[in-house]
Design a protein around this ligand. Structure first.
Ligand code: DGL
Length: 258
């Protein structure tokens, strides 16, 4: 029998992808896993991170009995998708910054990429820009502080407006920039606050819908949603557990990555 679709992130960012998946596949059983012990991923060294992502995903796939894995993390996907596809026997869908749709939408040909420090400088990201936005100016902004603000939000606190404004500031240096890619899955959770903190109107784009579309193509037979929706963490955290509950997940179980 088919298992749930497992959504993986370092922290709560994957919940923005969960929202998109529930819209597109409301009947599908989901599970959620996050490596909260090692959050934030955006500040970690690449070689170490690849091994860690592999170990956590292997443990979570085994524990959930899932039929597909959604790597709902740009920082992990731009680094470790190939490794995960090699070591796992199930379909793996990744998340990469929505550079292509942003380039299609921008009228001024100046777009912003808001992501973790790691994602904004990865060769994978630079290649995406070259392939799909070669005729655009792309302002890349490392905004790791927003990861923590999204974590705080899901834990029940309001984001700090000063931190948001500081993180966004480099985007506004050129009045021509008209489109901003949210290249970290944590950021769509902050969408209303980001829009409010922006000094002018721009188009914000994330990858949630595109991922859900891709999952619907890849996972043709899925387990129906019923009973508990399991979640997995790598270190106990009561506030995170309460946050996951507000997104419909059962009390998290502890993973033991090798
Ligand atoms: N949610 C993750 C992403 O999409 C990154 C958060 C982190 O730095 O751990 O890149």
């Amino acid at each position: 029998m088919a298992g749930p679709i497992l959504v993986f992130d370092s922290g709560v960012g994957g919940l923005s992808v969960v929202q998109a998946l529930r819209q597109r596949l409301p009947e599908a059983a989901l599970a959620y896993a996050c490596d909260n012990a090692m959050l934030p991923y955006g500040q970690r060294e690449d070689a170490w991170l690849v091994q860690r992502i592999r170990a956590v995903c292997e443990a979570a796939v085994a524990a959930s009995g899932c039929s597909a894995l959604v790597v709902a993390c740009n920082t992990a996907s731009t680094l470790a998708l190939d490794v995960l596809r090699e070591c796992l026997a199930i379909p793996v869908v990744g998340t990469v910054p929505a550079i292509k749709p942003a380039a299609q939408l921008s009228r001024t040909r100046h777009i912003g990429l808001l992501a973790t420090r790691a994602t904004v400088s990865r060769p994978y990201t630079l290649q995406l820009i070259q392939d799909f936005a070669a005729d655009c100016r792309v302002t890349r902004v490392a905004a790791d502080a927003l990861v923590i603000e999204a974590e705080r939000l899901v834990a029940g606190e309001l984001p700090d407006r000063t931190i948001l404004c500081q993180a966004l500031a480099p985007l506004w240096e050129d009045p021509d920039l008209d489109t901003v890619v949210l290249g970290c899955t944590h950021f769509p959770l902050l969408a209303p606050w980001l829009a409010e903190a922006a000094p002018r109107q721009v188009t914000w784009i994330d990858s949630g819908e595109a991922i859900a579309r891709r999952v619907a193509q890849v996972v043709t037979v899925f387990a129906p949603r019923q009973g508990d929706t399991p979640s997995f963490v790598t270190t106990p955290d009561e506030r995170l557990g309460r946050g996951l509950a507000t997104f419909g997940f059962a009390s998290p179980r502890l993973l033991h990555p090798a």
